[in-house]
Ligand binder design. Structure first.
Ligand SMILES: Cc1cc2nc3c(=O)[nH]c(=O)nc-3n(C[C@H](O)[C@H](O)[C@H](O)COP(=O)(O)O)c2cc1C
Length: 168
């Protein structure tokens, strides 16, 4: 069984709650749960699978704590690591930058050598543009507690099932 770290950045706790739900669903794997606010790069080095959660705050903007951590991330070698991305956004008020931050993290982790799993079809999402959409697929799991919170749990449950074959 691979060792898993779930690392999130969250300003109003939506992404934090999603991270906790993911941790609960993966309890059999005893994942480490970490807030990127702490600025700790250790979990990136010591775990095989990194499940990274980030919300979007402005066009092409990472959540603040991820923004602060970004220079450290640029120094971490992620080759051999498996990364899965999820994040909160709001497709109603920000349809032209929906979950952009997932796309920003995707670009840097790929640059640092990681293999990204957990792509999601855009079917069922109502938005105009997202930096997280690559070759017709979201490169992680978009969640929207502002516009369609009733879908969050089901989306997380389905996504975690999609990840499981990569975790043993
Ligand atoms: C000032 C502001 C800017 C935002 N910009 C975006 C955006 O560009 N794209 C997006 O998808 N969501 C945007 N959002 C929505 C947040 O990502 C959303 O509220 C999310 O649930 C916050 O998650 P968190 O509590 O984990 O930080 C914005 C929200 C605020 C208040």
């Amino acid at each position: 069984m691979k060792s898993i770290a779930i690392i999130y950045g969250s300003s109003t706790e939506h992404t934090k709650e999603a991270a906790e739900k993911i941790a609960e669903l993966l309890a059999d794997y005893s994942p480490t749960l970490a807030d990127i606010y702490d600025g700790d790069d250790e979990p990136f080095k010591t775990h095989d699978v990194l499940i990274l959660g980030v919300s979007t705050w402005g066009v092409q903007d990472l959540q603040d704590d991820w923004n602060d951590f970004y220079p450290k991330l640029e120094q971490i070698d992620l080759s051999g690591k498996t990364v899965a991305l999820f994040g909160m956004g709001d497709a109603s008020i920000y349809p032209s930058s929906f979950v952009d931050a997932i796309g920003i993290l995707y670009e840097i982790v790929v640059k640092q050598g990681a293999t990204v799993i957990g792509h999601v079809s855009p079917e069922g999402y109502d938005f105009e543009y997202s930096r997280a959409l690559v070759d017709g697929q979201f490169v992680g799991l978009p969640l929207d507690d502002d516009y369609e919170p009733e879908l969050t749990e089901e989306r997380i449950v389905n996504w975690v099932e999609q990840l499981k074959p990569h975790l043993s």
